[in-house]
Design a protein around this ligand. Structure first.
Ligand SMILES: [Zn+2]
Length: 253
């Protein structure tokens, strides 16, 4: 089974002591590709060095809504400079996060500016939406980007709107946590097979059975297993379709 972990954070400080060890064993772990997502300007260089070192790892560059207050004025220029790297396949992650107190106006401005930049560069976007579903989909509708709603667990109707202009949705080990998995399961059951990606968001959110551990790309297997069980198909089917979908979205041939 070949798997595509479509959202990982190997630039995170939790990998500082053994980043190379983790990324060198991807193939052994059954991982064909990883999309390393990016959270803020301070890690752009780390993301670039990761994608340049490991053939199986592609990347995105962008600013997560939780980091907007630390973002320098010239951040768009800095993102644009990284986008010329052929292994950078998307802009993000970007979006809205109403869980923390980061100012909403600033979050919206930085979200919109990155959506416009992605349009200019004709690149897909990776969307983070936490407790901001209405605002997030309303802004997305203005730009109608291609891209993915990562770990989306909002109303199914809003997700269906996003599908209507071609967006994807990705599922993680959220599906294994009975405490909060129901909205994610509802979205999974409503998603067409050609719109679904799988991800770990590692080092965060390992499978429920190891909830206090660090997560790794190989943990995308429990996501695939859970989707197969919930949708009554084989794991191979889920692995193949999600690999195909991620390669199409990120234009990896
Ligand atoms: Zn992320």
């Amino acid at each position: 089974m070949k798997l595509f972990d479509s959202h990982a954070h190997y630039e995170d400080a939790m990998f500082d002591r053994d980043r190379d060890e983790c990324l060198s064993r991807l193939e052994e772990d059954g991982i064909q590709y990883v999309l390393n997502c990016c959270s803020d300007v301070s890690v752009f260089e780390t993301v670039l060095s990761i994608v340049e070192t490991y053939p199986a790892v592609y990347g995105s560059i962008g600013v997560h809504p939780h980091w907007v207050q630390e973002t320098p004025h010239d951040y768009l220029k800095q993102i644009a400079a990284c986008l010329s790297n052929p292994k950078i396949k998307a802009v993000g992650e970007m979006g809205l996060d109403y869980f923390y107190d980061d100012p909403k106006d600033l979050q919206k401005r930085i979200f919109k500016e990155q959506l416009a930049l992605a349009k200019d560069f004709d690149l897909p976007v990776i969307i983070h939406d936490r407790l901001a579903h209405e605002d997030c989909i309303r802004i997305l509708k203005e730009y109608r980007p291609c891209g993915v709603l990562h770990r989306y667990g909002g109303p199914v109707e809003l997700l269906q709107e996003a599908f209507s202009w071609g967006m994807y949705v990705s599922f993680s080990n959220d599906l294994t946590y009975p405490e909060w998995n129901q909205p994610h399961i509802d979205c999974l059951l409503a998603a067409p097979w050609d719109r679904i990606l799988v991800e770990t968001d590692c080092p965060y959110t390992p499978p429920k059975e190891r909830e206090n551990d660090r997560c790794l790309s190989k943990d995308v297997k429990t996501v695939v297993e859970t989707i197969a069980r919930l949708r009554h198909v084989s794991e191979e089917f889920v692995a193949e379709r999600t690999l195909e979908n991620a390669m199409r979205l990120y234009r990896i041939s």
